[in-house]
Write a protein that binds this ligand. Structure first.
Ligand code: ZN
Length: 180
């Protein structure tokens, strides 16, 4: 077992193309695709952590409006990054991919100690997922060209916070692939 896994956070229709569109997300699709495809070839687990909200219940919907509702097209992973056989999909109802999900159990079973965290949004769901990854003791790697946020400021703030507070290693898809 490699010890590594690639986490793909919220690369869903609603965030890339729909109601809560992050325009800057388009720029990471191609590098992320390369990262995911290489990981599959090298036997490194690819795990999607996806918003899958319950309408009328989840508190995130009060703050952001309805988005990524469970069972809708908006909550589906974008066509360009569709999961392949052997990938894992972990639905979440809060910002963090760990909160009340089976992500930690899955990573434990896969013998993963290093998380390569990618996707959206750097200063919200990626950041909260990194927080729990830090709390659980994982090494955190963030390829900067495979993660995005609505603005440059949010993007920089998120990366800066995660490197300072969680010891996240900021790198690129190209560098990550070299070490696979
Ligand atoms: Zn959400």
């Amino acid at each position: 077992m490699s010890g590594k896994a690639v986490l793909v956070v919220d690369m869903l229709n609603d965030f890339v193309k729909g109601d809560l569109k992050c325009k800057r997300a388009a720029s990471i699709i191609s590098p992320l695709r390369k990262l995911i495809q290489t990981a599959r070839v090298k036997g490194i687990p690819v795990i999607y952590c996806n918003d899958s909200h319950l309408k009328g219940i989840d508190r995130e919907l009060l703050l952001w409006g309805d988005h990524a509702l469970a069972g809708t097209e908006g909550a589906e992973i974008i066509e360009e990054l569709k999961p392949a056989a052997g990938d894992y999909v972990v639905p979440k109802r809060r910002y963090s991919g760990f909160f009340q999900t089976d992500l930690h159990l899955l990573l434990d079973e896969l013998k993963v100690d290093t998380l390569i965290i990618t996707g959206l949004l750097v200063n919200i769901c990626v950041r909260h997922t990194a927080a729990d990854a830090y709390h659980w003791g994982y090494r955190i790697v963030i390829p900067g060209n495979a993660a995005e946020d609505i603005t440059e400021e949010e993007y920089k703030n998120g990366l800066d916070y995660m490197t300072k507070i969680y010891g996240a290693e900021l790198t690129s898809v190209e560098e990550v692939i070299k070490e696979f």
